[in-house]
Design a protein around this ligand. Structure first.
Ligand code: TXA
Ligand code: MG
Length: 367
C-alpha cells in the first residue's frame, strides 16, 4: 500500500492506478471511498473481497461532471416528471452528498449493481475526488473504505488501519467534512424514496422536488445472499463499532451513574454539563483531577455548541476513538430527528442494533 497526497502529481498517479485496475482509497466530502474503475470487473471483484462485502450489496458509482450521468443511467426509462426531478436535483444539489438510484444502462457491469436494474450515482464535491475521477475513466465505483459492517472512515488513518493490506493506494486528504455517508434517494418510484438518510438533509431535497418517502423502520437481511435486498444498505447491523453501544433518548442519560471503564457520548456540552452536575462531584471529572484527562477522553460530545452539522462531522471520528480506547461499552444519546440529525440517529441505531442491547426501545419505531 502506498500513501499519496492530494497534490496534482499524486492524484494523477491515483487516476492512472485506477485505470490500470488498482484499488485506490480516496477522500470525499462524506467519508473515504474505496475506488475501482466501474468498467473493470476484476477490480470490482477485489473491492468486494477487500471489504468482505456480500455481493448482494451494490456499489455507488462516482462521477465528476453531469455529462457522465447518461453513460451510466438510462433516464429515458423514467417518465417526464422523473426526468425533470433528476435534472433539478442534479443542478441544485450536485456536486454534494446525494446519491441517486436510477435505471441502469447495460454497459454498467452487473457486479457493480448486484444484478439490480438500477445504478446508484453520486457526484462528490471533494476536489481531490473529482480530479481522480476526471483523470481516470470518469466513473469510479466506491463504497465506503471500511470492512463491511464497521464504522465508515473519516480519515486516511482509519483506512490504513482497517484495509491497509488490501488496497493499493490511499490518498490522504485529511479529515472529511460532512462525516456521514451520502443520502441515497431512489428516483425510480413515483414518490422518490430515501433508502438511506445521509449528508443531504431530506428538507433540502424536498425543497426542490417536493414530497419524498422514507424507508419504514429497519429492514432485514435478504433471505438468501443471491437475492438483492431492495435497499441493501439498510441492513440492521451496519456502521457499528466493536464495542457494544447503548442508545438513549435525548436527555435520558442524565440519570446514569458514571462507571469507570465506560464511555459516554453526549450531543452537546450543555447535556454533558447537566449530567456532570448530577454526579455531584463534577470536579472529579475535571481535566486537573488525577486521571481526569483519561476520563474526559471517555466523556465526549458530538458538538460543543449543539450543531447537528458539527455532530455529523464528528460522529464516526469519535466512535473510532472510543472503539480504540478499550472501553467496555459506549452509552450514547440520540439527537433531534431533523436535518442531519436523521442520519446521525440512523447510524447510532445501527451501531446499537449490532451490540444487541436496546435500552431505548423507541429505536424500533420508524426513522
Ligand atoms: O457518501 C457515500 O455515499 C460514500 C462515499 C464513498 O461516496 N459511499 C458509500 O458507499 O457510503 P457504500 O457502498 O458504503 O454505501 C452505498 C449504499 C449502500 O447502502 C447500497 O446498498 C446502496 O448505496 N446502493 C447502491 N446501489 C444501489 C441500488 N442500485 N439500489 C439501491 N441501493 C443501492
Ligand atoms: Mg458503507
Amino acid at each position: 500500500m502506498k500513501m499519496l497526497s492530494v497534490s496534482d502529481a499524486d492524484l494523477r498517479e491515483a487516476a492512472r492506478a485506477l485505470s490500470a485496475g488498482k484499488l485506490v482509497a480516496f477522500p470525499t466530502e462524506t467519508v473515504y471511498g474505496l475506488g475501482a474503475d466501474v468498467f473493470n470487473t476484476p477490480a470490482l471483484a477485489r473491492v468486494f473481497e477487500a471489504k468482505q462485502r456480500p455481493r448482494f450489496d451494490p456499489l455507488i458509482v462516482h462521477i465528476a461532471e453531469l455529462a457522465a450521468l447518461e453513460r451510466l443511467a438510462d433516464l429515458s426509462v423514467l417518465d417526464a416528471q422523473g426526468r425533470s426531478r433528476v435534472s433539478a436535483l442534479g443542478e441544485a444539489l450536485w456536486p454534494g452528498p446525494l446519491t441517486l438510484v436510477l435505471p441502469k444502462r447495460p454497459e454498467v457491469p452487473d457486479l457493480a449493481t448486484s444484478g439490480l436494474p438500477t445504478v446508484a450515482v453520486r457526484f462528490p464535491s471533494h476536489p481531490a475526488a473529482q480530479k481522480i475521477i476526471l483523470w481516470s475513466s470518469g466513473a469510479v465505483a466506491a463504497p465506503s473504505a471500511n470492512p463491511f459492517g464497521y464504522l465508515s472512515p473519516t480519515r486516511a488513518e482509519h483506512v490504513a488501519e482497517q484495509l491497509g493490506g488490501r488496497v493499493d493506494y490511499i490518498v490522504d486528504g485529511g479529515r472529511t467534512d460532512v462525516g456521514v455517508e451520502s443520502t441515497v434517494l431512489d428516483m425510480t418510484e413515483s414518490v422518490p424514496r430515501i433508502l438511506r438518510p445521509g449528508g443531504m438533509p431530506r428538507e433540502r431535497i424536498e425543497s426542490i422536488i417536493g414530497r419524498t418517502a422514507v424507508n419504514g423502520g429497519v429492514s432485514r437481511e435478504p433471505a438468501s445472499p443471491e437475492a438483492p435486498a431492495h435497499s441493501p444498505g439498510m441492513l440492521t447491523s451496519h456502521y457499528a463499532p466493536r464495542t457494544p453501544l447503548l442508545l438513549y433518548a435525548p436527555g435520558e442519560m442524565r440519570t446514569l451513574v458514571y462507571k469507570e471503564g465506560e464511555a459516554y457520548l453526549f450531543f452537546s456540552a450543555a447535556g454533558r454539563e447537566r449530567w456532570l452536575q448530577t454526579q455531584g462531584k463534577a470536579a472529579e471529572y475535571g481535566a486537573e483531577a488525577g486521571g481526569g484527562k483519561n476520563r474526559l477522553s471517555r466523556i465526549r460530545v458530538l458538538s460543543e455548541e449543539g450543531s447537528l452539522t458539527e455532530a455529523a462531522a464528528n460522529l464516526f471520528d469519535i466512535l473510532h476513538d472510543l472503539d480504540k480506547a478499550g472501553t467496555e461499552r459506549i452509552r450514547a444519546e440520540r439527537v433531534s430527528d431533523e436535518g442531519l440529525g436523521r442520519a446521525i440517529n440512523d447510524r447510532l441505531r445501527r451501531a446499537a442494533a449490532e451490540s444487541k442491547i436496546f435500552p431505548d426501545h423507541s429505536f424500533l419505531q420508524n426513522v
